[in-house]
Ligand binder design. Structure first.
Ligand code: FRU
Length: 489
């Protein structure tokens, strides 16, 4: 979409109610509206922000440009929830309305201080030459639920040695000290993360750079997140500028993690290799938080920057992923869908049987919004094909090669493809043979969890209205499958 700078930096308050209502109507009529994912009422959603369980409620915010499917001037949009299943829409929490965040309220996180919900975020400012300044600000929730920004930023501009790409604070508390980790670009145009500390959340001191082995790993790191999980330290971040390597790093930008041991005094982290968090087409800028029982959950943006989507000309784009629970088991990160999502299940249907060369259509597996669990109980097929969201015209293929253990998601025929010049498959080699697929389908997305937490493929798809069927077949040989399907309502 070709928007002028002026159009992109138009605030919601500058358009008439009539014009905005018109856009709301247009979006409502989109056939790709999701049913159980957080999506924008209008305009563009990107990063999840400020995820927290606080005072008996979950808070989910996200980056938002209200007026169209472009990265214009950003707001924070706010939802609360008791169970992460049903959400109360609270509208805008933070807008670009001070000299310190005049060109966008960028990403950040939430924390508790003095019993009150606090947000720390990046204020994006451009001067008349369009030169950027990144400020870091705090806002506090008031009695009436609204957020009041502090008078002045806690940090103005970037520290010496770094460019103005400095953003996305993630705050945590440890031993009476508050820490905030930021993504930043060094003057030599490599990405890294820096950590500040504070005792009183007003005065923040730069403690230094997080020292990892990833010294030359992209030109910018965004949305860093550092946390403990099962006795390990995990560092999640989103990096830009990594070249693709065989089946790795296929999307324009990557979100991934390293696992190791952090020395918070020295800021050194000994760690394993960087691994991507998701194998699908559409995943970026995730953030984690603790649920009410202390489990570590992750929510990502099911989208990517600088990428076109079929809904763009309908005036909206993107959604958040379903929440995933993270654990480390045998040194490996596992990601499973939020347990509570089981409460959304209705209308259970099961079947089991052999699939072979001849494509079998599994009745009555029809639908757009469902959870489908496929257990592979016996397999002597050379290759297994699972076709989901099938109509006469489209199908999304999941392909498993038994010998190589390669699992492929192919969306070439899935419906409308906006980036047709790009490769339309994503693949990964599984560590274990394929035992289970657990597929969450919504109107225009698939989240495929593989082997009880081993990996996930998150992707948007834009199939036609009749794409409700499901088929299985093999290249040769046969496979014995058990299906459990629930509608999600
Ligand atoms: C990541 C990101 C963040 C930034 C925000 C702006 O997608 O670029 O680094 O804070 O989006 O919307």
């Amino acid at each position: 979409l070709n928007w002028t700078r002026e159009e992109k930096y138009t605030k919601l308050s500058d358009v008439s109610k009539e014009d905005y209502d018109h856009l709301v109507e247009k979006v409502k009529n989109s056939k790709w509206r999701q049913t159980y994912h957080i999506q924008p009422k209008t305009g563009l959603l990107n990063d999840p922000n400020g995820l927290i369980y606080h005072d008996g409620k979950y808070h989910i915010f996200h980056q938002w440009f209200p007026l169209g499917a472009v990265h214009g001037i950003k707001y924070w949009y706010h939802y609360t929830s008791e169970d992460l299943l049903r959400f109360d829409d609270l509208g805008i929490a933070l807008g670009p309305d001070t000299p310190y965040d005049s060109h966008g309220v960028y990403s950040g996180s939430a924390f508790d201080y003095d019993g009150k919900l606090h947000l720390m975020y990046t204020g994006n400012v451009r001067d008349s030459n369009w030169t950027r300044t990144s400020n870091q600000l705090i806002a506090v929730q008031q009695e009436d639920g609204s957020f009041e920004k502090s008078d002045a930023p806690i940090i103005i501009g970037s520290p010496a040695g770094y460019t103005e790409h400095f953003r996305d604070p993630k705050v945590w508390k440890e031993n009476d000290t508050y820490y905030a980790i930021f993504g930043i670009q060094r003057d030599n145009e490599t990405g890294t993360a820096i950590i500040y500390e504070s005792k009183n959340i007003k005065d923040w001191n730069l403690k230094g750079e997080l020292k990892t082995n990833l010294n030359q790993f992209g030109y910018m790191w965004e949305c860093p997140d550092l946390f403990k999980l099962n006795e390990k330290d995990v560092f999640v971040f989103s990096t830009q500028g990594i070249a693709e390597q065989e089946s790795k790093f296929q999307n324009i930008y990557q979100s991934g993690y390293i696992i190791g041991q952090l020395d918070l005094d020295e800021l050194t982290m000994n760690h394993d290799d960087f691994k991507e968090l998701d194998q699908g087409f559409d995943f970026y800028a995730p953030q984690t938080f603790l649920d009410k029982n202390g489990n570590r959950l992750l929510i990502g943006w099911m989208g990517l920057p600088e990428t076109e989507y079929a809904t763009d000309n309908e005036g909206w784009a993107h959604c958040l992923t379903i929440p995933r629970e993270l654990t480390i088991e045998d040194g490996k990160l596992k990601q499973r869908p939020l347990k509570a999502l089981e409460q959304l299940r209705t209308n259970k249907e099961t079947a089991e049987g052999y699939a072979n060369k001849h494509s079998v259509k599994l009745h009555p597996y029809e639908g757009k919004q469902f959870e489908l669990i496929i257990d592979i109980l016996e397999n002597d097929a050379s290759e297994i094909y699972f076709d989901v969201r099938v109509s006469k015209k489209c199908a999304t293929h999941i392909i498993y090669n038994t010998e190589t253990k390669q699992l492929t998601l192919d969306r070439y025929e899935s419906g409308i493809i906006s980036e047709l010049n790009q490769k339309q498959t994503r693949e990964t080699i599984l560590e274990e043979e394929l035992k289970q697929l657990r597929i969450f389908s919504d109107t225009s997305s698939l989240e495929i969890f593989v082997n009880d937490g081993e990996c996930v493929f998150s992707s948007r798809i834009f199939p036609d209205e009749n794409a409700v069927n499901f088929k299985t077949s093999t290249e040769s040989g046969q496979v014995y499958l058990k299906f459990t399907k629930y509608s999600i309502t």
